[in-house]
Design a protein around this ligand. Sequence first.
Ligand code: PLP
Length: 217
Amino acid sequence: MSIKNNLLEIKSSLPENVTLVAVSKTKPVSDLLEAYEAGQRIFGENYVQELVEKHEQLPQDIQWHFIGHLQSKKAKLIAPFVDLIHGVDSLKLLEEINKQALKNERIIECLLQIHIAEEDTKFGLDETELNDLLNSEKFKNLKNIKIKGLMGMATFTENQNQIKKEFLHLKSIFEKISILNSNFSILSMGMSGDYQLAIDSGSTMIRIGSSIFGGRK
Ligand SMILES: *Cc1c(COP(=O)(O)O)cnc(C)c1O
């Protein structure tokens, strides 16, 4: 299957309210162009340097999402152009993104990452930490970032019930927060292996890499 066919097949199966982020980390610019020519405009990258280089080489109407774990000191490199930062999980990082957004006279949209997996290797906030962050005075003073929703990654397991349980947990947190916060519209969950379950559980944004571009080394 070609990148184009993979992409069109996935797209045709998605409900209207679900946005597809094509995760292109480690893939060459030619692969991204193939997806671009098939109509894809939203791409997700995990590494700052790679994102910066691809942004320079590819068409300017691409919307670039940063989906990796962003180090504060690198926020300035993507602040001029990044469209959405998915994996934010600390006030310190938000403050840095806000500072860099201000320098660029932009408002940068972000998602807060929630820890839903069993593995403790994955980043993210728990529900209490999320609420503390959203209610803090420091957060309320950040005028150049906008939190658009939440992001999470399920445990890497074959156990569908467990994955489903974790996605539903994230969805329930999302619902509670969105009642109070009208900016909340994005729930980013689901990757190649689990996006159907994620959509069934209320995802509005899926991040698909290998099912579009093939496996990574
Ligand atoms: C790599 C990555 C993806 C895509 O993974 P696939 O299994 O290749 O679809 C999605 N989200 C994040 C955060 C990733 O790092």
